[in-house]
Design a protein around this ligand. Sequence first.
Ligand SMILES: Nc1ncnc2c1ncn2[C@@H]1O[C@H](COP(=O)(O)OP(=O)(O)OP(=O)(O)O)[C@@H](O)[C@H]1O
Ligand SMILES: [Mg+2]
Length: 342
Amino acid sequence: MGLWQRFLGLFSQDIAMDLGTANTLLYTRDGGIVVNEPSVVALDAQTREVLAVGAEAKRARGRTPGRIRTVRPMKDGVVADFDVASLMVVSFIRKAIGRLGLVKPSMVICVPTGITQVEKKAVIDAALSAGAVKVSLIEEPMAAAIGAGLPVTEPKGSLVADIGGGTSEVAVITLSAVTVSQSLRVAGDRMNELVLRMLRDRYRLEVGENTAERIKIAVGSALPVPDLADIEVAGKDLVAGVPRTFTIKAEDVREALAEPVQEIAGAVMRTLERTPPELAADIYSSGFCLAGGGALLRGLADLLAERTRLRVFVAEDPLTAILRGTAKAMLDRKTYRDVFIA
Ligand SMILES: Nc1ncnc2c1ncn2[C@@H]1O[C@H](COP(=O)(O)OP(=O)(O)OP(=O)(O)O)[C@@H](O)[C@H]1O
Ligand SMILES: [Mg+2]
């Protein structure tokens, strides 16, 4: 990069960030999606020194010696450990734009709908302490809808469901605002937890969180899927107390996921019940959109279509849709001026 470009670059260091429970993504105008990493930090338990952040820290989860602790600073979509969240954001900003020079970035960050003032402040303060000078917020389902290309600024109802790691959020949007919404603290993390529990109860097999998630992604489903192969899993045999491999039936994983899947479907139904008729008519003709990593669960879109009798479509690349929507609002503040929240 030439000096002149670097000089110009100083003026376009605005950053869009999706600070998620499971994954954090950062976007810059010049670089696009420059960070896409798990929201995990590995720390020295005594000195609190950061040893690894992101994918490297997540890989170490469940494999660290006692001296090292892996922390997930976000829980249920909000900051749970302020100090560690700040350290994580600093590290990701550095990765996105290099060391902070004289010009500090202004940031647009998406947050769950209906979070408290205190929770909002924690996100803003974490970004400020990481070096941002100005922070604007946008609601996650709004960001998801923009990312999915829905007509959010028009007087037309759009329904989105963002199923993340910590929360599932369902929202009806019209004229740049969320008018009806439901937020559920049930999403991907809860699914992992239930897979873990099912393995313990039914197979007497103990695995770590990473393995439970891998199983969910490999064979998990919301509806029966013909020909879905079983999966070989290594873990600790709870009866013999030694390592062993087990063959896990896809059907058992589906059963374990039934409860959170039904809760998500329930949240969609409740949202529809509370939707004013004109907006409901719009949703009837356009269908609704799924985003977030949970949207990738096999059969979920079909199950929701069956339950609601609406057309359900999954946003393109649902794991990045929320960030891409946040970035779009950041880059076109004129069109999207009303989507930012105070
Ligand atoms: N193919 C898949 N099938 C099922 N679940 C998946 C799949 N891929 C990813 N996930 C799950 O999606 C979740 C992460 O999604 P996402 O990155 O949207 O969450 P997040 O934004 O970090 O969380 P939140 O929005 O709740 O703060 C994880 O629980 C992950 O296991
Ligand atoms: Mg999210």
